[in-house]
Design a protein around this ligand. Structure first.
Ligand code: SOE
Length: 377
């Protein structure tokens, strides 16, 4: 089988999810090419070497420019902090490489647009890792909506709640904590958590027309890991917004890292004329479904266990009734990407889809700052 040489840039949490995805995808999916974990790029040489040995990369390098210049590399997968995405993606596309990028695509829409221009000018397959689209229950929700089973959509409701930054002693910046450093991350929960909610929402329910947002930074100063100095915190700790979709439905979105007790509670609910859907990341293999057309005496919320061979992606896994998990959403995306790339195509969400999300997050931040409704650019 044709080999496709992969370089992964970054060796943190996302470096692991992506590397695992490329390792597992060919074992469970029939792919047009075999991904080969050629090179991992890590700023810390020792950690990079350990990562390479653990995941089976042929080598580790410390400068991403080496993999861009390496003629053997076919696909560059960016799993490094947000401030590196744009420069690496543009260079990779110019070198004719396929490019995958961890979300959010850019720190803002201007960066994302530069990245879209680069991959589209080069004509290279691309994709952004908004992994929750490929949780089978969420993919099934998309199918049910596209089949028109909900009828006209009235409401969309999404939340992404965490609690890991409540302590005022937590520093900002550096490995693991760059998400708190606005220069690196671009924004706080808006780009990190709401971006997931927005990506799924626009996939399921179409484009967002306008938003009205409020954000808050609860802890105003934190020590910076790299300088040792106490510095102002520039990220949003919580971000909430109202939205109107192009299809006329109304939405509420909320993301925070200050919801004590919630670790990664991503929930979404859609209310249509005939039916409603509810999904919860903490119970990710279930889709809650209510259909008003059911016989009155038996009408009620059904809890669908998404483990059957008829359900999206599940025919590739074990036997009906046995669940899969979070990491499988990345495996599904790697498989979908490699299948599309085999035909020279991109896999959704493409860089252009990633830009659409960044345009909404920019509008959310502008709305919160200006205290106005903002049209999505
Ligand atoms: C933040 O804690 C984070 O790891 C995000 O960066 C991921 O995108 C999200 O899926 C889980 O939470």
């Amino acid at each position: 089988m044709k080999k496709l040489n992969v370089a992964v840039i970054g060796y943190g949490f996302m470096g692991r999810t992506h590397s695992n995805a490329f390792r597992q995808a060919p074992k469970f999916f029939s792919l047009p090419c075999e991904p080969v974990l050629k090179t991992v790029c890590a700023r810390n040489a020792e950690r990079g070497a350990a990562f390479a040995a653990n995941w089976g990369f042929e080598k580790a390098v410390t400068d991403w420019r080496e993999v861009v210049a390496d003629k053997e590399i076919d696909l560059i997968d960016i799993a490094s902090p947000n401030d590196t995405h744009c420069e690496i993606a543009v260079a990779a596309a110019k070198a004719g490489k396929m490019v995958m990028c961890e979300k959010p695509l850019g720190r803002n829409a201007a960066e994302a647009r530069t990245m879209v221009d680069a991959v589209e000018a080069a004509g290279v397959p691309n994709s952004v890792w908004y992994n929750y689209r490929r949780i089978p229950a969420v993919t099934l929700a998309k199918q049910l909506i596209d089949e028109g089973r909900l009828g006209r959509i009235f409401h969309y409701r999404a939340k992404f709640l965490q609690d890991w930054t409540i302590s005022a002693d937590l520093p900002q910046g550096g490995e693991g904590l760059w998400r708190l450093d606005v220069a690196v991350a671009g924004s706080g929960v808006t780009g990190d958590l709401l971006a997931h909610c927005i990506d799924t929402a626009m996939w399921l329910n179409g484009g967002i027309e306008e938003v009205s947002a409020v954000t808050e930074t609860f802890i105003k100063q934190r020590k910076h890991t790299l300088t040792g100095e106490v510095a102002p915190v520039g990220i949003d700790d919580a971000s909430l917004f109202l939205a109107r979709f192009n299809n006329g439905s109304l939405a509420t979105f909320e993301a925070t890292r200050y919801a004590r007790g919630h670790k990664a509670l991503y929930t979404l609910e859609i209310n249509g004329e005939h039916a409603s859907i509810f999904w919860d990341l903490h119970d990710l293999h279930r889709l809650q479904w209510f259909d008003h057309r059911d016989e009155g005496t038996l009408r009620g919320w059904r809890s669908l266990h998404i483990t059957d061979r008829d359900h999206p992606y599940m025919g590739h896994w074990w036997v009906p009734g046995l669940q899969i998990g979070y990491e499988h959403s990345f495996i599904h995306q790697a498989a979908d990407f490699l299948i599309a790339a085999g035909e020279g195509k991109s896999a959704q969400p493409t860089f252009r889809d990633g830009l659409a999300t960044d345009l909404v997050t920019d509008a959310v931040l502008a709305s919160a700052k200006n205290r106005t409704w903002e049209k999505v650019g």
